[in-house]
Design a protein around this ligand. Structure first.
Ligand SMILES: [Fe+2]
Length: 409
């Protein structure tokens, strides 16, 4: 076995995806409550399709495809791989059954282990690493998608009983950064997505970044201070969105007898005023920042601060499935909530899109989306970096997205 560590890591990551589904019912596995939230069964199959399409078919001699129809059903967005099911129809696939999808996973796993018994070129090993990182990305989407499905069920089902950190949070402080020329972007050893490269210089004016995320309690002050009803805190598009969608609080929040409650994966609970606010759109993050008298950081400011101040990776998603933002008892730049940046998702200077189908992984999404940094409680711990760039349209709220403020000096 030429790659024992890779072999072990492959099996561990594949198993983790299935473990996330363990508390779900067969019905939970199939539905697609909104277009963004893919069914768990689809995630299980699509991550398998990725290994089959990009590794087994081209690189394992005599590999026989499990089922040719699956290329249509489980291709997500790769135009160069052929025709595919419309995204809106992922919840309509009652066949193949869940059992057949698991059979597909085990078939592909067994063949992947055969592939790992061969001597492989660096290019194949790079694809394999991408396949593993892709599956970890989908683990986070699986969690946030199933939260949406359960959280919009009037019975508010409990996914997993958990207790949360009840500690005292750190005092809010401003971390100062002097004006200057800095280098951001990924370089060196290890994995990164192409959108994190190349490393390049940026000039920043002096600024400060907050040492902690905005809490639910602070966000309630914004709500009670008529933040949602005051147009001048909002970007025009955000204000129109808020009115049209009648948004008055974060996603999953409900007010009963003057108390705020929220759906969590541990069920319906009173909002913890010391925990970070999450499930808010870019527009809400922007309005909160404006109301507070501060602003959102740019992604360049966020990344340079991460180079200058020691921080912790707070994600507990490495064996423990505690999918809930935690009270911050130290400077947790990573692994609690994604942080909206006031940066469009654009290519870095001299960005090179990969050739072929994998060039479709990131580059084609570089329009009309905002960058988020830092990872969340649903991001696997080994999958987060300080150069990682996530991106969503400014109205999206189903990810664990929160607010870290900045200010100019
Ligand atoms: Fe994918």
């Amino acid at each position: 076995m030429p790659y024992p560590q890779l072999n072990e890591r492959f099996q561990q990551i594949r198993r983790t995806t299935e473990l996330i589904c363990a508390p779900l019912t067969p019905e939970d596995m199939v539905v697609q409550v909104m277009v963004d939230a893919s069914p768990p069964k689809w995630h299980l199959a699509h991550t398998t399709w990725f290994f089959e399409t990009f590794l087994l078919k081209p690189y394992l001699p005599q590999y026989k495809e499990f089922n040719p129809d699956f290329n249509f059903l489980f291709n997500s967005y790769y135009e160069s791989i052929g025709k595919r099911l419309q995204r809106t129809n992922r919840g309509n696939i009652t066949r193949p059954s869940g059992a057949e999808v698991l059979e597909y996973r085990y078939y592909v796993n067994a063949h992947m282990l055969q592939l790992l018994d061969l001597e492989l070129d660096k290019a194949v090993l790079d694809f394999l690493e991408l396949g593993l990182q892709h599956e970890q990305q989908h683990q986070e989407l699986l969690v946030t998608d199933l939260k949406y499905t359960l959280g919009t069920n009037p019975l508010f089902p409990v996914y997993m009983e958990k207790t949360y950190n009840q500690g005292a949070i750190i005092d809010q402080q401003w971390l100062p950064i002097n004006e200057g020329v800095y280098t951001i972007g990924f370089s060196g050893e290890g994995f990164s997505f192409d959108n994190e490269t190349p490393a390049h210089k940026v000039y920043l004016e002096s600024y400060c970044l907050s040492n902690r995320l905005i809490t639910n309690g602070e966000y309630i002050q914004f709500i009670e201070g008529k933040g949602y009803e005051t147009s001048h805190f909002w970007l025009m598009e955000g204000w129109e969105w808020r009115k049209k969608e009648q948004v008055e609080a974060p996603l999953y929040w409900f007010k009963q007898d003057n108390t705020w409650f929220q759906y969590t994966l541990a069920g319906f609970q009173e909002v913890d005023i010391l925990a970070p606010v999450t499930h808010i759109s870019f527009y809400e993050a922007y309005a909160f920042a404006k109301w507070s008298g501060f602003r959102l950081p740019t992604e360049q400011e966020w990344e340079v601060a991460s180079q200058l101040y020691p921080f912790s990776n707070h994600s507990v998603f490495a064996g423990s499935f505690l999918f809930h933002p935690q009270r911050e008892t130290e400077f947790n730049l990573l692994g609690n909530c994604w942080q909206w940046c006031y940066s469009n998702y654009n290519p870095y200077p001299n960005y090179q899109q990969a050739e072929g189908a994998l060039g479709e992984y990131n580059g084609k999404f570089m329009i009309n989306q905002m960058v988020l940094r830092g990872g969340s409680c649903a991001t696997p711990q080994s999958h987060i970096r300080n150069t990682y760039r996530n991106f969503f349209h400014p109205v999206k709220r189903w990810q664990f997205s929160g607010i870290r403020l900045a200010k100019s000096l």
